[in-house]
Design a protein around this ligand. Structure first.
Ligand code: ADP
Ligand code: MG
Length: 244
């Protein structure tokens, strides 16, 4: 009797935490012209647990952006499976997928991609306009997001009046204003000087401390050092995967 009672507990201890991101033998091929196939990812298997902070490194052309596009549901594998929060993305209807992406994932890009001649506040409100929120709610949440990245005192500035680091912090505010559980960043500090780089990395660290999963692509070793886990890609394959 006591042995039977003990068994489930043993099982529970052995089970790994649920991954929020799971790739199973994901291959992504691009067909170029009639007879050339570029294999950007080759049977990549990867699990990322909720709340982790992962840096993806690798030389140019190693497949980093392709990986991020698949993780962000902006692209699909040629073969293999991608499970987001345990659900196979392949089985999700396109409309639901866009909705899922907007709710769960915040994107940050190297080039900031802010709308020019538009205030920081309006830029950050934009994703909420798509989400159909009331004006007062939009404003409240956008102000909170700008506060969270230390830009609460520049909400009426247009991008051209902000430094690169400030623009990227506005872009991070835009990424988090929908309260996504995952932040995906593709070379977010690639255009920044070292001071701005550290400002943006401090913001990522705080977001991660608050429980968000952060996946960040970078070329720079000192940037990757801020992550808890570093995955190196080469030629579409994982070369190493190290917890720091
Ligand atoms: P990284 O972000 O590490 O520089 P990418 O994921 O952008 O690498 O690219 C991986 C490989 O796939 C490269 O050889 C690249 O040329 C190729 N590739 C990426 N996107 C496309 C595309 N849309 N069409 C054809 N080839 C592509
Ligand atoms: Mg890239």
């Amino acid at each position: 009797m006591s042995q039977l009672g003990a068994a489930p507990e043993t099982v529970a201890v052995d089970v790994a935490p649920d991954p929020v991101i799971e790739l199973r033998e994901v291959t992504r091929e691009y067909r170029v012209g009639d007879d050339i196939v570029v294999r950007a990812l080759r049977r990549v298997s990867l699990r990322i647990e909720r709340g982790d902070y992962v840096a993806i490194m690798g030389s140019s052309g190693s497949g980093k952006s392709t990986l991020m596009h698949i993780v962000g549901c902006l692209d699909s594998p040629t073969s293999g499976r991608y499970l987001l929060d345990g659900a196979d993305v392949h089985d999700i209807h396109e409309d639901d997928l866009a909705d899922l992406r907007n709710r769960k994932i915040g994107f940050v890009f190297q080039a900031f991609n802010l709308v020019p001649r538009t205030s920081a506040l309006a830029n950050v409100e934009l994703p909420l306009t798509y989400a159909g929120l009331q004006r007062a709610d939009r404003r409240r949440r956008a102000l909170a997001a700008l506060d969270a990245v230390g830009m609460g005192d520049r909400i009426h500035h247009q991008p051209s009046k902000l430094s690169g680091g400030q623009q990227q912090r506005v872009a991070v505010a835009r990424a988090i204003v929908t309260n996504p559980s995952i932040i995906l960043a593709d070379e977010p500090t690639g255009n920044l000087d070292s001071h701005s780089t550290h400002e943006v990395l401090d913001v990522f660290a705080r977001l991660n401390d608050a429980g968000r999963t952060v996946v960040m692509i970078t070329h720079e070793e000192d940037v990757a050092e801020r992550a808890a886990r570093v995955i190196r890609l080469g030629d579409g394959e994982i070369l190493s995967d190290v917890r720091t």
